[in-house]
Write a protein that binds this ligand. Structure first.
Ligand code: HEM
Length: 559
């Protein structure tokens, strides 16, 4: 090799770099050892071949590595921007098409939902938001992308859950068959009969919550109190108790620990391969680890004490032994899904409930209509914690749906991916080659006038009422043209991997809203700026919310 000319040496390095790009493109290796081999060992070998042409080792090293990396970079950029790229037909900003590092950067301040929304306004219904990723704002894509014949979960979970090597929670299981197996106990846990059984656990917590609220004589942050309530309730469900934030406040700083990890998890979801390195850094994810350890000990305690009531844990661990002869869930799976129940079930409902009160206070007419309905269904002597009237309370359900439409707690939806090696597919009218990731952008879909009008950006629960109910309202113009496409309403996602806790979320929201409205009067605290709510709402996959300052007064004692 000593006879290798300078020109030949350069060509060899360039060829090796092009080959390296090809391997990355074709196989997308995520294993750190493959990265080491392709990005460090190969150029190191090339350096030794290059040595005879260089005056010093340092020069040879610098030349080869510089040439190797710049060739890879140039080749990657050229290919991603070229008309030969399989997603070349889709428009999108150049920086998005070049690398997902751009979105990782853009979304760090929690405003990725606004960024996607603007991209859709500029580029149309499908935008290439990454080299291999599309954001879709088209209702026709919902079923083909996420329905029964849709795609498995996308790789963003590999980044989000990077430090969770052993047992993933069900939400992050990317293999469809394994996902279906892990979902089985969840389905049982949210059957009609099981849901009915949760009323008692729920009403106890709602009563405690309303009592805590009644003691508030000064302005306070309602959003924070709501979070404490949803967290305590989900801990009751997942592990038979263990959290008393309503009583003691968040003395262990749990909310802060959980929320502090969200921005990083979002960045890693955009660049999943980075997660493997990040997870190895010392001290990383300490908050979450501490929380998981706490949940694990709760799960062990709950397993040894057995069931006091048929809570979520009862079904997740299969206490009835229904899966004994097939594939019973392992303890690690149950403990990990218990953590998911608390994280997925408390933050989302807390955001919805807070956004709902924010919206009611900004729209007094809606507030009064809801209050009138609650008073009608729960006159003096009627149990406000009973769920029997809920299906008939059309305005209550309209208010909840309108809140979920405007403020879906998972603002940007859940990613799906066409696995490598699968055939290229069409999603509605859109061609998705193998290796493409895509999601329906919930926030944009929900605010698209083609799906909801008039005033898709305005809180208007009346749009959810039946036409005859609307017509009966005073001051309603029956000629007003209304577009209301419920197929475009996907706050819980869609298909076999959609939110399995949807019915529990509705049950909880209905009961707590009725009790709060029935027992208390709410108004904004003096000096509170309601505009700050949307400003402070952040999209870190699950939404992170700001403050909602209110004052309360008890309602007429006869209620
Ligand atoms: C307003 C409240 C809620 C909203 C808007 C919401 C929304 C979502 C969304 C968008 C997903 C992602 C689904 C996908 O990947 O396609 C999800 C998953 C999930 N949610 Fe919820 N959620 C809520 C409340 C709850 C509650 C109360 C629970 C109870 C434990 C829960 C448990 C789960 C679980 C276990 C998953 C994973 C499902 C799977 O991958 O199979 N969620 N949720």
């Amino acid at each position: 090799m000593s006879s290798l000319s300078l020109q030949g040496g350069f060509l060899l390095v360039v060829a090796a770099a092009l080959l390296c790009h090809y391997v990355f493109k074709r196989h997308e290796p995520t294993n750190p050892l493959s990265h080491l081999g392709l990005l460090v060992v190969v150029p190191a070998i090339l350096t030794t071949l290059f040595l005879p042409n260089a005056s010093t080792f340092t020069r040879a090293f610098a030349c080869v590595y510089l040439l190797y990396y710049s060739t890879i970079l140039l080749s990657v950029i050229t290919y991603r921007l070229s008309p030969w790229h399989p997603l070349a037909r889709y428009p999108g900003p150049i920086l998005c098409r070049v690398s997902k590092f751009w979105l990782a950067w853009v979304s760090r301040d929690g405003k990725q939902h606004i960024y996607y929304s603007r991209l859709h306004q500029t580029y149309g219904d499908v935008v290439r938001i990454g080299p291999n990723e599309l954001s879709i704002r088209d209702v026709n894509a919902v079923v083909p992308l996420m329905g029964n014949n849709g795609f498995p979960k996308g790789p963003h979970w590999d980044g989000r859950m990077a430090e969770q090597s052993a047992t993933r929670t069900v939400i992050a299981v990317r293999d469809s068959v394994e996902h279906a197996r892990r979902r089985k106990p969840w389905h049982r846990a949210f059957s009609v009969a099981a849901l009915k059984g949760y009323d008692e656990i729920l009403s106890k917590r709602v009563q405690q919550f309303v009592t805590v609220l009644e003691q508030q004589t000064q302005p306070f942050n309602l959003a924070e109190r709501i979070s404490h309530f949803t967290f305590d309730f989900m801990s009751d469900m997942a592990f038979g108790g263990g959290s008393e934030m309503l009583r003691d406040g968040d003395k262990d700083n749990t909310w802060h620990l959980l929320e502090s990890g969200l921005p990083t998890a979002l960045v890693l979801s955009h660049v999943p391969w980075l997660g493997k390195y990040y997870a190895k850094l010392p001290g990383i994810g300490e908050g979450l680890k501490k929380f998981r350890t706490f949940c694990q000990s709760r799960a062990m305690l709950r397993r040894s004490t057995g069931s006091l009531s048929k809570d979520l844990f009862h079904y997740l661990i299969d206490e009835a032994g229904l899966e004994r002869h097939s594939s019973p869930p392992t303890f690690a799976e149950v403990a990990s899904d218990g953590v998911l129940a608390i994280v997925a079930g408390s933050d989302t409902t807390a955001t919805t409930l807070s956004s709902l009160f924010l919206s009611l206070l900004r729209h007094p007419q809606a507030y009064y209509r809801l209050q009138a309905e609650v008073d009608r269904f729960f006159p003096p002597g009627e149990d406000v914690y009973s769920t029997v009237h809920h299906p008939h309370m059309s305005y209550l359900n309209a208010v909840i749906n309108e809140t979920l439409r405007l403020f879906p707690p998972v603002l940007s939806g859940s990613q799906r991916g066409v696995p490598r090696g699968d055939d290229d597919k069409f999603v509605g009218p859109y061609f998705l080659p193998e290796g493409t990731n895509a999601f329906v952008h919930t926030y944009s879909l929900h605010r698209d006038p083609r799906n909801f009008s008039p005033s898709p950006d305005t809180f208007w629960p009346e749009r959810w009422l039946k036409p005859e109910e609307r017509a009966a309202l005073p001051s309603f113009d029956a000629k007003l043209p209304i577009v209301h496409n419920t197929k475009a309403f996907v706050p819980f996602s869609f298909g076999p991997m959609h939110c399995v806790g949807k019915q529990l979320a509705y049950q909880e929201l209905r009961m707590v809203v009725c009790a709060m409205i029935h027992r208390l009067n709410f108004s904004f605290a003096p000096g509170y700026d309601p505009e700050s709510w949307e400003r402070d709402l952040k999209d870190y996959f699950v939404a992170m919310k700001g403050r909602l300052e209110v004052v309360l007064s008890p309602r007429n004692a006869s209620f």
